[in-house]
Design a protein around this ligand. Sequence first.
Ligand code: RIB
Ligand code: CA
Length: 334
Amino acid sequence: MNQPAPFFLDCDTGIDDALALAYLLATPRAELVGIGTVSGNISAAGGARNTLDLLKLAGHPDIPVAVGAHDPQVGTFHGGAPHVHGDNGIGGVDLEPSDREPVEGTAAELLVELARKHAGELRVVAIGPLTNIAEALRLEPNLPALVAELTIMGGAALAPGNITPVAEANIANDPEAAAEVLAADWDVTLVPLDVTMTNVLEESHRQELLASDHAVSQALGEMLGYYFGFYVDIFGRACSAMHDPLAAAIAVRGVELAVAPKVRVQVDTTGGPGRGQTVCDLRGQYVGFPDQRGARCRVVLSIGEEFAPHLLGTMQAAWLSEDEVMRTSASPGL
Ligand code: RIB
Ligand code: CA
């Protein structure tokens, strides 16, 4: 990807969603052309407000944001994850409110519109439950041919789940939608807990963000204070998993993949203890993961480099050069 590729982000903003958004705004490899929200960490409407406020803070007021599904395909929205992301979804941090409203129409409609406009080029990154993506598939059955790539943060291959013993939150919050999306006629990259729980952001990284003179970095550093609090019981120290920003970086090919076999993946939609599990056929590991005939899902199990320096470095590079540009244009005679 030498030219920035058009990207659509579907999210449930969310602290790690906020990091993914900041990364996608910062990387020169992506041009964010639209954002949809879905209920997950917070309601779809609340996620849209957080997204609009973050876009204002980041100085990107023109990217359209559409509110998507409030409820999953089966049942109703469970109320979010305030114990992980805070009551407002972004760790209680008060951002200056944007005066923009979400665009008319649903997230699925916006995705379809943008997929038609950027036919064969649009990349989709889904970092919340897959309700909107499944709805878009029903609105436009040709969506798989219009979309260049779909990257999903979700699932657990060999790792335990994070919301049940076997299920990851994004998939478990709408297993029927996930099953529909993974069974559709497209190649998918799945970024599961196996790789997002083994690439963490440490307190030293958070301090770097707080010390930055860029407002978005500072806000992210503050949000992460809340997120780290949740992860103390899980990792035994103040740090956090990096689910969504890692999926974003993989989608833009910002990080090198190490172990990422293409295998068959099915989602358990039964009502039993396996509900929401991503059943990944990793039996081939004993002979070095030969691609399975007909398999459409690349499951990222590990990456080939440390992720936190890439994440922070990408944001610093973008925002430092913005500051430099401003300083240069403000200096007479330069
Ligand atoms: O399980 C982690 C995922 O669930 C992340 O996308 C997080 O933001 C939540 O949506
Ligand atoms: Ca998310």
